[in-house]
Design a protein around this ligand. Structure first.
Ligand code: MN
Length: 270
C-alpha cells in the first residue's frame, strides 16, 4: 500500500510524525507537507508563483521501536496544504492507495471543515478519486495523538485488505484524552457552526487593525448524531464527507425571485 501523508501544521509537526509512525506499519509512506505551519488556510492553492519542493529529513524517532516497517520518505513544500497534496499526487509521488491529512492538533468539526487546512489538503485527494482521510484531535494545547494514531493504523489496515469504494472521504475527530477513556467510535453527520470568530480592535486612527480569532464556541446544545455532539461525549467521530454546496431545496424560491428577470434584463417589456 502506498500512502501520501500531508498536513497543515508543517513538516516538523508532532502529529504528522505520529501518523507516519503507524502508517508505515501498513504501507510505504510519502510525506509531502508544508514547510511552515498554516492552519486555517482552507483549500487555498498557490496559482501565481512556482512552488518549491525539497527532500526533508524523516523524524529520527521513527525507527526507535524496532518493529518491521515500510520505508518513509519526506518532502517539504514552500506552499499551502492544498499545494502539498496537489504536487504530491500529480508529480512528486504520483498515484497512491490512500491520502491522509493530519494528525491535526485541534478539532475540525461542523462548518469548520471549510476553513480547515487539514480538510483543505484532504479535498485534493478526494477530488482526484483517492480514498482520503482527514484526522484531528480535540486539543491544540498538549494534544494527545495516541488514540488517533491507533485508529489510523486500524483503518489503514482494513483499507489495505478491502479497498474503499469511490468517493471515500472521512473527516475524523478523536478526543484528546488517554485511549482508555475514549467512549467509543461513532459514525456521524457534519454539524453546523462550531466556532465563531471574535474580532479585537488594535491601535487607533490610521494604525487601526483588526485581529480575527476563531475562539468563540457557538452557544446551544449540539444535535445528537453530529460530529460536534460526538466529540463532546468523548466519542471518536467519523464523518463521511462529500462536496455538495449546491442547495437544491432552495431552487423553487430562486425560480420565483428570477421570474421574468431575463426579459427585464434584455430590456424587453414584461
Ligand atoms: Mn493545523
Amino acid at each position: 500500500m502506498k500512502i501520501l501523508l500531508t498536513n497543515d501544521d508543517g513538516i516538523r509537526a508532532p502529529g504528522l510524525w505520529a501518523a507516519a509512525r503507524v502508517l508505515r506499519r501498513v504501507g510505504e509512506v510519502h510525506v509531502v507537507a508544508p514547510e511552515r505551519e498554516q492552519s486555517g488556510v482552507g483549500t487555498s492553492l498557490t496559482l501565481h508563483s512556482a512552488v518549491g519542493v525539497a527532500p526533508a529529513p524523516v523524524d529520527p524517532g521513527l525507527g526507535e521501536d524496532g518493529e518491521a516497517a515500510h520505508p518513509v520518505v519526506a518532502y517539504s513544500v514552500e506552499g499551502t496544504p492544498g499545494d502539498s497534496c496537489v504536487v504530491g499526487l500529480e508529480s512528486v509521488v504520483g498515484p497512491v492507495d490512500l491520502v491522509v491529512s493530519g494528525i491535526n492538533p485541534g478539532s475540525n468539526l461542523g462548518w469548520d471543515v471549510v476553513v480547515s487546512g487539514t480538510v483543505g489538503a484532504a479535498i485534493q485527494g478526494y477530488v482526484r478519486g483517492y480514498p482520503t482521510i482527514a484526522i484531528s484531535v480535540g486539543a491544540v494545547v498538549n494534544p494527545q495523538f495516541e488514540g488517533a494514531a491507533r485508529l489510523l493504523r486500524l483503518l489503514a489496515q482494513r483499507l489495505s485488505q478491502a479497498p474503499a469504494s469511490a468517493g471515500f472521504f472521512l473527516n475524523i475527530n478523536v478526543p484528546s484524552i488517554p485511549v482508555e477513556r475514549i467512549a467509543g467510535v461513532e459514525v456521524t453527520r457534519l454539524g453546523h457552526r462550531s466556532y465563531a470568530e471574535s474580532v479585537r480592535e488594535e491601535g487607533s486612527g490610521t494604525d487601526k487593525r483588526y485581529r480575527i480569532s476563531r475562539n468563540r464556541p457557538v452557544p446551544g446544545e449540539p444535535h445528537p448524531g453530529t460530529d460536534i455532539w460526538a466529540l463532546k461525549k468523548n466519542l471518536i467521530s467519523i464523518t463521511p464527507l462529500q462536496i455538495t454546496l449546491g442547495h437544491q431545496e432552495m431552487m423553487p424560491e430562486i425560480e420565483g425571485l428570477v421570474s421574468g428577470l431575463s426579459a427585464q434584463l434584455l430590456g424587453q417589456p414584461n
